[in-house]
Design a protein around this ligand. Structure first.
Ligand code: BGC
Length: 381
């Protein structure tokens, strides 16, 4: 009996937190109209209240974009193991970078009555229908790493500080070339990410904002002339696409022996494409190349001197944060956020938790990646 009263209180608190969680919007609240909104709250089989956030019987749907890129495999498996350890049932799906597949996987999670959805979108604005369904079913949604766009059905967002990723890359270039003091000019090219991924613009702008004054004063020369995000973008972040664009630029602008000093790449999968293109099509001094993620291939390339730096985003940190948020949502506790201004998805500003990205290069990778247990030494051989 006592348990039922507690459970009822818990659902009221949960509903209250959902109302706050949906961007503070007074018109677009997630109506807890049916069972799905108050999962198992009045069920005698529900966990005892003292089990707190580790809610047995609660199911979390985790939708990841693809298995093709190393990081999403890690994100998926970290989420799965952490959620299971906290006592949740987990429905983890990868969508092969296919929007329709992700849509139907998420819809399926909703009809299977998941209690919370955690979604890393392939294309931020393509899941509207599924998000509407989740809202109707009273299921809170956490956007994972990439913001879900054009919807009021997004309760929270957890990611790394995406703009900071770009500034770390830009500052690395600025400091390494000593742009304030060196005579220059230096030649630079840019490779950005997927236009369908809201993060990609933040990365590009973060880096570009640091380097813009030096482009404007002529110390940095973008030889191809391709300076806008649109010109430098790489649909789906594909290595092959980044490689063929880099090959075109190298053959059009550098085949005459022009030296390239920097290729600013937003992430590791695109950096890999640029590195492949350079290996086959460029004979000048090897340029500075930036990246992000510390993927295994790229970390090996950093050790071998083929990539200058990367940005380490420990997927374990993000997974732990999201699992914590899931627990807070389901128990009606205050949900941890540290940014309520930056991430507007064209409909609402989504309360966000931003983890901090960390600079990585050949000098600190051991401490960051091996000592912390992220990789074994063997994986990097
Ligand atoms: C992530 C990056 C990743 C890229 C490609 C972005 O949304 O934040 O870490 O490199 O997608 O998967």
């Amino acid at each position: 009996m006592k348990k039922k009263v507690l459970s009822a209180l818990l659902s009221v608190a949960m509903v209250a937190s959902l109302l706050v969680g949906c961007g503070g919007s007074s018109t677009s609240t997630t109506a807890p109209a049916d069972d799905a909104a108050a999962p198992a709250a009045t069920d005698d089989a529900a966990p005892a209240a003292d089990e707190g956030a580790s809610a047995g019987g609660k199911k979390v749907g985790v939708s990841m974009p693809t298995k093709d890129l190393q990081r999403w495999n890690q994100d998926g498996s970290n989420m799965e193991s952490e959620l299971k350890a906290a006592g949740y049932e987990v429905d983890l799906q990868f969508a092969s970078n296919d929007v329709q597949t992700q849509l139907s996987q998420v819809e399926n999670m909703i009809s299977q009555k998941c209690d919370v959805l955690v979604i890393a979108a392939i294309e931020g604005s393509s899941l509207g229908e599924a998000l509407d369904m989740a809202k109707d079913a009273g299921i809170p949604v956490i956007a994972y790493d990439r913001l879900l766009m054009d919807s009021d059905a997004v309760s929270y967002y957890a990611t790394f500080d995406n703009y900071m990723v770009g500034t770390v890359q830009g500052n690395y270039v600025k400091d390494t070339l000593d742009l304030d003091n060196a005579a220059g000019p230096f030649n630079i090219e840019f490779t950005a990410g997927d236009p369908g991924d809201n993060n990609a613009g933040f990365f590009f702008n973060g880096a570009y904002d640091v380097l813009k004054p030096y482009i404007e004063n002529g110390k940095l020369n973008v030889v191809s002339g391709q300076k806008t995000f649109e010109e430098c973008a790489t649909p789906t972040w594909a290595t092959e696409t980044a490689q063929s664009r880099a090959e075109n630029i190298l053959s059009s602008f550098y085949a005459d022996g022009t030296n390239l000093d920097v290729w600013l790449c937003s992430n590791d999968s695109t950096a890999l494409g640029v590195e492949n293109a350079l290996a086959a099509n460029y004979n000048g001094n090897y340029p500075i190349i930036t990246g992000q993620d510390c993927d295994i291939e790229n970390t090996k390339n950093m050790i071998a001197g083929k990539q200058s730096m990367s940005v380490f985003k420990d997927t374990r940190t993000l997974a732990s944060q999201v699992v914590k948020m899931v627990g807070q949502i389901l128990t009606g506790a205050t949900v941890d956020v540290n940014d309520t201004e930056t991430y507007n998805n064209n409909v609402i500003t989504v309360p966000s938790y931003l983890c901090e990205p960390v600079f990585a290069d050949a000098n600190n990778y051991k401490q960051l990646l091996i000592d912390s247990g992220y990789y074994t030494e063997d994986q990097l051989k």
